[in-house]
Write a protein that binds this ligand. Structure first.
Ligand code: SAM
Ligand code: SF4
Length: 362
């Protein structure tokens, strides 16, 4: 069942798409194959990042609309077994707020073939959860942190919790999760002078820093292209202190362009054992849609082909209506077959999706 948001549900839409080859994987009409499943575990959050949601929060999804652990486990198992999904990323909202998180992770980690499991979190509460997450099967963690200054952190997230995030990062590292990545969004006039300091911090602690261009996915629709900090500007700011060279490693479907941090401009060495890298995810100015390998599942069981998709496919209704695994798999395949070539942010008719990033799963 596919819904073009804002339009009536297309009941009885065919689940076998015309022209689709007989392939069990999630292929699309442009030759891409999705092997990476992004799962939103909840739309709730304990921070209120200004570029993500308003101060008062959002109307959270009613609990009964959210997939249960059993429903989620069934869809994840199906994705791994039927489509060959090899990477699972759990996100939200804030995934650490999901009750029973470790149970969902353990069930995913027990699947054969064992998928690679990662989690994107704001780091609140991570300090006391890191060991349990590693034990449940998480391989890698991304922690979002936009500043090293407590006052700025409170301004950006509307909560005074920087120390929690720093403690969470340290605990993740101590729990053996590698690499621990930091996701940073730079905002003009707020924290855009901090790029070199954040890289210095990451190098010092053995974390991997990645900058993400701000995207038009905030609930308030406040994004302006003219105000966003571009990848070009991010690199310029880093190059005020560091010598960077573009990594020649094959990126595959990875969103981040990687740069090797060779040395500081003042001649001092980086002082770590191996080559250090910094990543830039330039979703807006250098889109990587042509090599996208993702499929997405929202906390209420909707398949999305893209962060920017304006339509969704309802697997929860199928789960609750008694559909078989084969029927659900066919519907998921048909949805992905219709994935668009690109996100179209630059198209004159671009429409921001109705769901904000926090409800899609970033
Ligand atoms: N709450 C978790 C967190 O913050 O890591 C997971 C969900 S959050 C939506 C995932 C990532 O999306 C974070 O790194 C956040 O900074 C980023 N993000 C949120 N809104 C964004 C936007 N409008 N543009 C670019 N990145 C955004
Ligand atoms: Fe919450 Fe993550 Fe959005 Fe910040 S970016 S408000 S931490 S969901």
């Amino acid at each position: 069942m596919t819904t073009e948001l804002g339009l009536p549900t297309l009941r009885g839409a065919p689940s076998r798409a015309p022209g689709r080859p007989d392939d069990t994987r999630l292929v699309d009409g442009f030759g891409r194959v999705a092997t990476d499943l992004r799962i939103s575990l909840t739309d709730r959050c304990n921070l209120r990042c200004t570029y993500c949601m308003p101060a008062e929060g959002l109307d959270w999804m009613p609990r009964d609309e959210q997939l249960t652990d059993a429903e989620l486990n069934r869809l994840i198992a199906l994705a791994v077994r039927e489509f060959g999904i090899s990477e699972l990323r759990f996100t939200g909202g804030e995934p650490l707020l999901r009750k029973g998180l470790e149970n969902v992770l353990s069930a995913a980690a027990a699947l054969e073939p064992r998928p690679d499991i990662s989690l994107t979190t704001n780091g609140i509460g991570l300090a006391r959860r890191a060991d349990a997450l590693a034990a449940a099967g998480v391989n890698r963690l991304n922690v979002s942190m936009d500043t090293l200054r407590a006052e700025r952190f409170a301004e950006i997230t509307r909560r005074d919790r920087l120390q929690d995030v720093l403690d969470g990062l340290a605990a993740a590292h101590a729990a053996g999760l590698r690499p621990v990545k930091i996701n940073t969004v730079l905002l003009r006039g707020v924290n855009d002078d901090e790029a070199p300091d954040l890289l210095e911090f990451a190098l010092e602690h053995g974390y991997q820093l990645r900058f993400i261009e701000q995207m038009p996915l905030d609930a308030q629709h406040g994004w302006r292209r003219s105000e966003m900090i571009t990848a070009g500007e991010i690199l310029e700011r880093l190059e005020e202190r560091f010598v960077l060279t573009e990594s020649d490693e094959d990126r595959g479907g990875a969103p981040a362009e990687k740069f090797l941090v060779e040395r500081r401009l003042d001649g001092t060495n980086i002082g770590t054992a191996g080559p250090e890298v910094v990543g830039v995810i330039a979703s807006v100015t250098r889109p990587f849609c042509g090599s996208c390998d993702r499929t997405r599942l929202t906390a209420d069981g909707q398949v999305r082909t893209c962060l920017f998709a304006t339509g969704e496919t309802d697997l929860r209704a199928m789960l609750r209506g008694g559909a078989t695994d084969a029927e659900i798999a066919d519907t998921w395949r048909a949805a992905m077959w219709g994935k668009k070539a690109g996100h179209g942010i630059d198209d004159p008719g671009f429409l921001q999706p109705a769901r904000p990033m926090s409800a899609i799963g970033g």
